[in-house]
Design a protein around this ligand. Structure first.
Ligand code: GAL
Length: 718
């Protein structure tokens, strides 16, 4: 029988052997300048589209628009918690049909960069990890931990093997030219030290050992081992230098905007600045650049990370609904055309850099075979400058780069936008007739509740099967009085009820998920029922050992100012109930909704914990649709049983928008018009979820709002 040592030796030999032969035999590899495909160096323009953030019906159109824009590669993460919702039970259907998504890309003639992770960050619930992973005995995420490495390897291998079985790798005739292991692990390794380093080396060797036959990248990982390529993520990456002279300069995430968080303004990054960052990267020798995101899409259901909005629009070139965002889409398309005209010169020579002025440079690529391409850059954020290059005069606007694919004629300047400026328009189509149902406020003696001593951590109880956990306790006082109830919660939002009466809501934020509720509450003589509804708003998706973060009411919980003194309820007997009754009854589904008696004329005054339902026919045409939820507070929306996600228009953008503008020309930081507005007002309704008639729309409202203000709108460009 073979001993463990023999097997190890074999493994190491196979690994060394593979490492040695792959650069030579692989039809996709790389050298110091670029990724090579069939031994040809390529300048590759890539864009992120995350398959579960749109519907399979949308995929072909999104991919076509990416191709028309001049992209060569579609980049996506692989979303473990969508694929393995419970251990060993896999889901590769519907929005998680990864194989179908890649087939569409292949049919369009584009390449794929598959970022398996399986940690993905991505503002995705739990960074892509299944919640059950947290409860594997002895596990610690993203470090040199046996149980974690075993599960990570099993999932990564499953995906690589699935891709091989589909013949999806390039050497098999498929579209995948690149893979990724981990995601921005460098900063974590820096923080945790030796175990982090060991984990990095293990992850790289493990990935390489899967024999995918394409290069692996590790983004933001300066010590990416061996032939794994370290890559840059950021708003600008022109100064990035890979960790070996034999690796090309690659940019895996050029942030085209940023994500919206509940409580934040809608981010914006000007097309000119994105174009400038790309041209600057390419002129400085970069050869692979990916837009994160090219199409951001929607965080349907409970897929959003902590405090991340349901919209993942990202100010991307294709908007949340899949429509070109102008002028960004066309301005970048024109940029790609110009860069492609330079490809021959870029891949066959190194730049000669000359000064054209104090803050101006020329980067000239001229090959032995006579190809020549030049980039003329003006880094001054304020002033236009006239420069002379090869005896000719050029006018360079501030913070811009001109591209001259023959070293003579300028075909493109990053700051001169010829593309049309469209504005997205939301046109109301119809309102709705609602019926309503007021959910119960359970108390400690509820049949389905269980109890224990003290306060339980929320995720441990719900395992994320619902956002909601009720914490209930009884308090007996001698006479009626009004003490101050103070509740400390690890997050994320809290609604407080005393004897069934709503007392108020407190919530945290992305920066500070913890919250405190403190208010005088009316107690009556005798027994009083305190019911706290703690609601999660997604699980953390980033941070060192984010699996250890808590949520829910962890205390202290106190009543102060009673005649009998101050009471600490933290260690009292508490009862628990997971989910709203309406959820447990399946009110969002056709069968659940019809089994229940609803109030025919809906409550329209602010009434917490109310369900609303209506039916409607699909509007004619193909324009994308959304719900205007501005009259509502916070809750969730379903169409025909499918979850659109969380709505929270009551959480408004405060003050300034720190992410509106970026460096260089765009240093202004004032809010660009979204202040005091809901962080998210409109919620995408995918066309493919609708039937021609009788669509069931269900809204669960936590705080209270006027459903008559909800309307179906269509999105158009104008
Ligand atoms: C990066 C990360 C991405 C995404 C992005 C922000 O650091 O790699 O997954 O989270 O930030 O949108």
């Amino acid at each position: 029988m073979w001993g463990v040592n023999n097997i190890m030796v074999l493994f190491v030999l196979t690994y060394i052997c593979f490492s040695l032969i792959s650069p030579v035999s692989a039809d996709v590899w790389y050298d110091n300048k670029a990724i090579t495909i069939n031994k040809q160096r390529r300048i590759l323009i890539s864009g992120s589209i995350h398959y579960p953030r749109s519907t399979p019906e949308m995929w072909p159109g999104l991919i076509r628009k990416a191709k028309e824009n001049g992209l060569d590669v579609i980049q996506t993460y692989v979303f473990w918690n969508g694929h393995e919702p419970s251990p060993g039970k896999f889901n590769f259907g519907g929005r998680y049909d990864l194989v179908k998504f890649i087939k569409y890309i292949q049919q369009a003639g584009l390449y794929v960069h598959l970022r398996i992770g399986p940690f993905v960050c991505a503002e995705w619930n739990f960074g892509g990890f299944p919640v059950w992973l947290k409860y594997v005995p002895g596990i610690e995420f993203r470090t040199n931990n046996g149980p974690f490495k075993e599960k990570m390897q099993a999932f990564t291998a499953k995906i690589v093997n699935m891709m091989k079985a589909e013949k999806f790798f390039h050497w098999q005739g498929g579209p995948i030219i690149l893979a990724q292991i981990e995601n921005e692990y460098g900063p974590v390794e820096w923080e945790i030290g030796a175990p982090g380093k060991a984990y990095t080396n293990w992850a790289a060797a493990m990935a390489r050992g899967l024999n995918a036959g394409v290069p692996w990248v590790m983004c933001k990982q300066d010590d990416a081992p061996g032939d794994v390529i370290n890559t840059c993520n950021g708003f600008y990456c022109e100064g990035f230098v890979p960790n070996s002279k034999s690796k090309p300069k690659m940019w895996t995430e050029n942030w085209t905007g940023w994500y919206t968080k509940f409580g934040g303004a809608v981010p914006y990054r000007p097309a000119e600045d994105v174009a400038f960052s790309v041209a600057r990267f390419i002129q400085n020798g970069g050869s692979f650049m990916n837009y994160y995101m090219f199409h951001g899409g929607t965080n349907f259901g409970n897929t959003a990370g902590r405090f991340v909005a349901t919209s993942y629009d990202y100010d991307a070139p294709l908007d949340e609904y899949g429509l070109p965002r102008e002028p960004k889409y066309t301005h970048l398309k024109n940029l790609h055309t110009a860069i492609k005209m330079c490809e021959g010169a870029l891949v066959s020579s190194d730049a000669r850099v000359t000064k054209l002025g104090n803050n101006q440079e020329a980067h000239v690529y001229s090959s032995n075979s006579g190809k020549c391409a030049a980039f003329l850059a003006n880094y001054d954020p304020k002033w236009s400058v006239k420069v002379t290059f090869s005896g000719m005069q050029y006018e360079l606007p501030p913070w811009s780069i001109s591209i001259l694919p023959d070293c003579k004629k300028e075909v493109y300047n990053t700051a001169r936008v010829s593309a049309p400026r469209f504005h997205a328009k939301m046109t109301p189509i119809s309102g709705f007739d609602w019926q309503s149902f007021i959910d119960e406020t359970p108390t400690a003696d509820d049949d389905r509740a269980f109890s224990g001593s003290g306060l339980y951590e929320q995720l441990n109880v719900t395992r994320d099967t619902s956002d909601y956990l009720w914490y209930m306790t009884d308090v007996t006082v001698k006479s009626a009085e009004e003490p101050t109830l103070t509740i400390m919660s690890a997050g994320h939002s809290l609604h407080v009820f005393v004897n069934g009466q709503y007392q108020g809501t407190s919530y945290g934020s992305l920066e500070q998920p913890q919250l405190t509720f403190s208010k005088k509450v009316p107690l009556r003589a005798g027994l009083n029922k305190i019911s706290l509804l703690s609601a999660a708003v997604g699980l953390a998706n980033v941070g060192v050992h984010f699996e250890k973060y808590n949520q829910g009411v962890l205390g202290p919980v106190t009543l102060k100012g009673l005649h009998e003194g101050n009471w600490d309820l933290t260690r009292s007997k508490w009862s628990y109930k997971v989910g709203m009754s309406g959820e447990n009854l399946g009110l969002h589904t056709f069968s659940g909704a019809s089994a229940k008696e609803w109030q025919q004329s809906a409550v329209v005054q602010r009434q917490p914990l109310t369900w609303f339902k209506t039916t409607f026919n699909a509007p004619a045409g193909n324009d994308p649709l959304a719900l205007d939820m501005s009259s509502m507070g916070k809750g969730q929306i379903w169409i025909n049983g499918e979850s659109i996600g969380r709505h929270w228009p009551a959480n408004k953008a405060s003050g300034r928008c720190g992410q509106c503008n970026y460096a260089g020309m765009y240093t202004e930081t004032k809010c660009l018009g979204e202040c005091g507005q809901p962080s998210q007002r409109w919620y995408h309704v995918p066309r493919s979820w609708l039937r021609p008639t009788g669509n069931l729309l269900v809204v669960f409202e936590e705080i209270g709002g006027n459903p008559r203000g909800i309307s179906l709108v269509k999105r158009t460009n104008m």
